[in-house]
Write a protein that binds this ligand. Sequence first.
Ligand code: SF4
Length: 387
Amino acid sequence: MDAFRIGPIRPPSEADSLLLQVTQGCTWNKCLFCTVYKDTKFKAFSADSIKRDIDAIAAYAEQVKQYRKGDLWDIQGLNHHLSTLVDDDERQCFYMVANWILKGGENVFLQDGNTTALSSGRLTDVLIYLKETFPQIKRITSYGRAENLSRHDADYFAELKDAGLDRIHSGYESGSDDVLLLIHKGATSQQEITAGKNIKAGGIELSIYFMPGIGGKGLTKENAEGTAHVINEVDPDFLRVRTAAIKPGTGMYDLYTSGTYELCSDDDKVREIRRVIELADGISTRIVSDHMVNLLQEVEGQMAEGDSECGAGSERQYLLDVIDGYLALPKDERRVFQLLRRTLRAFAPEDMANLSATEKAQLLEAVHRDSDADWDRKMNDYICRYI
Ligand code: SF4
């Protein structure tokens, strides 16, 4: 059976979604921290070509559904079917569609880096065809660049919403113009605000990505305060934290090794998140920590006042308490937690209580030896493994 295209990345929240590639690569491809589409030339596929992929997905879905026995699935049969497929692309397609159908077949993510670069007519056409082919779909989401999104008014987004687009994920990274310039984001804070307001006014959910630490030590204050300003103006549905990782092979790494950029420590990054929450004013945004690169995974909740799911007090206070609890630890203990978290041995600082006295003493002794700069480099090396 013909394979369909599958792009390289999707947000973690779309892990069980069907991936439908409507563009390839990124229209910009110049952000200094990003290598995802480095060797990929941007291409917007024709509506006919995307519809052929939707038809191919429908054919895979029919194959998968043959393994449904009443309310149950014949998982052994599905696995056997998978094992008979010799072509890698075909296997990947069957696996994805099977996983999607078994999980309900409700969510779809449109790839790649800047889907909304497709003309609105083409995107609308594709969305309508997709929903007609799979009437059970409940949510369709996509990536979009702030600069590109800012060129469209609320009516444009309302039209996409009517056609079926429910959520846009956008990597704002920072709301500081100084930081945006430093990282070659190719967008301004004003474009972020215009894009965000129009998306929301058009009825589409907005998920913004924020990179604590991406401005380095030199712009840590600007990164937090600029981002808080944009968030307060836009009131996005989600603020997803993606802690900066300065990876070898990127322009940011070159800045770092040339000595013009100083890495933020984990503590600097945590303080940036705290500052953004502290400055959040009258918004309904939910901060989300859904990636391994983030140190404090528990920092998730409404940034404004409201009831906490975690006990008494507001969620905002809970978020601040989690951060303050970590920052109140002695420096060596913070380092021990950073190391345990980065090596997948702890989820929260409280997990350090599981260490034996000997283990803890050994770790405290080990983390004590590095200078601050060496330690920050070491922690950066660890998180680079996760992106
Ligand atoms: S806009 Fe996104 S995909 Fe494109 S280069 Fe920047 S980070 Fe990478």
